[in-house]
Design a protein around this ligand. Structure first.
Ligand code: ACO
Length: 311
């Protein structure tokens, strides 16, 4: 049984916060942020919009795109580090709002790699014929755990949500291979310290460059493919230098790296589904194309998938 993506949706807040806006809020510059991270602007949710609101809107669009109703969904998985509250889960909040009466619901914590973990958990249930249609969402309101007094982290993050409906697809399409991993010894390098994100940027940078490249190569090998088979690389959108390093490690041409980091910043678990959404909209993924998704995050965690696009 092949398992793939049946529909995609997204939500990004209207409010745009540019690097020039940040220059007025703290001691930083557009030049520093752009050259060190590739970020030009990010979206920030208003006080009335929480993680579950963004997850809900993205899910409505994903269901519509898949041509399914909420009652067709068997399980909802929401990857997030910024839930509305400790419990109930964001997944339960949107289950009710969507009217997904038959669905089980849970949140999943693997930080920025959460969406990759969510996709693979969903794949297992579908492949084993336990469930048929699973909604996997990445949704983050990182602005509420951002310390706006700390320029070393405040410039990096943004808010948004992306959702996919996963289900059975025709033979040879969908997920071809995956890799998930964790290294808890790196917990100290990226964590929530009281109300805010704390990060050892250099250590995370080194880890990310090594792991993203390695995992991308591993899934390609596991799928029995070579780099020439890859049509598009969609890495976690944290920093353009990390993303470029994984492209180089794979030996891919520049135009095969898909980027949204300049316009959304790092949106943690939402970054990969948001990028998938925009890539499809821009016609970057055609039926039968091989797409590699690769993410890393606090934990430390990582995950990669080789996917043949289409149903
Ligand atoms: N504006 C201006 N200057 C700044 C800023 C800022 N916003 N932030 C830091 N600086 C200064 C520092 O104070 C330092 O000054 P000094 O040399 O006088 O001490 C200088 O810039 C260099 O700082 P570094 O931290 O060494 O800069 P670096 O080149 O390492 O870039 C960055 C920092 C962008 C955070 C980088 O380390 C990075 O991208 N790391 C990985 C971060 C990441 O991907 N995190 C993921 C977060 S969550 C997730 O997605 C899993």
């Amino acid at each position: 049984m092949s398992v793939g993506i049946l529909g995609i949706g997204r939500y990004v807040p209207d409010r745009v916060l540019t690097n020039f806006d940040l220059e007025k809020m703290m001691d930083t510059s557009d030049e520093w942020i752009r050259t060190r991270t590739g970020i030009e602007e990010r979206r920030i949710a208003d006080d009335n919009t929480d993680t579950s609101d963004m997850a809900y809107h993205a899910s409505v669009e994903a269901l519509e795109d898949a041509g399914l109703s909420a009652e067709d969904i068997d399980l909802i998985i929401v990857a997030t580090v910024t839930p509305d509250m400790a419990f109930p889960s964001v997944a339960c909040l949107i289950q009710d709002r969507l009217g997904a009466k038959r669905a089980a619901a849970m949140d999943l914590g693997a930080a920025c790699a959460g969406f990759m973990y969510g996709m693979i958990v969903a794949q297992q249930f579908i492949e084993n014929k336990v469930y048929k249609n699973i909604l996997v969402v990445g949704s983050e309101k990182l602005s509420k755990i951002t310390n706006w007094e700390d320029r070393s982290t405040a410039v990096l993050f943004g808010d948004g949500a992306g959702a996919v409906v996963m289900g059975p697809v025709s033979e040879g399409k969908g997920i071809l291979s995956f890799e998930l991993g964790a290294d808890g010894s790196g917990a100290k390098d990226l964590y929530q310290d009281g109300p805010y994100i704390a990060m050892n940027g250099r250590e995370v940078f080194k880890f990310a460059v090594r792991q993203m490249g390695e995992s991308a190569v591993n899934v390609i090998n596991k799928a029995g493919l070579t780099k020439d088979d890859i049509d598009l690389l969609i890495p976690h959108q944290a920093n353009i230098r990390i993303m470029e390093a994984s492209r180089e490690r794979l030996g891919l041409e520049e135009d095969k790296l898909y980027k949204t980091v300049h316009k959304y910043g790092n949106t943690s678990s939402s970054s990969i589904p948001l990028a998938l959404y925009d890539a499809r909209k821009e016609g970057k993924m055609k039926d039968g194309d091989v797409v590699v998704l690769v993410g890393f995050g606090g934990g430390l965690t990582w995950g990669a998938v080789a996917l043949r696009w289409g149903k």
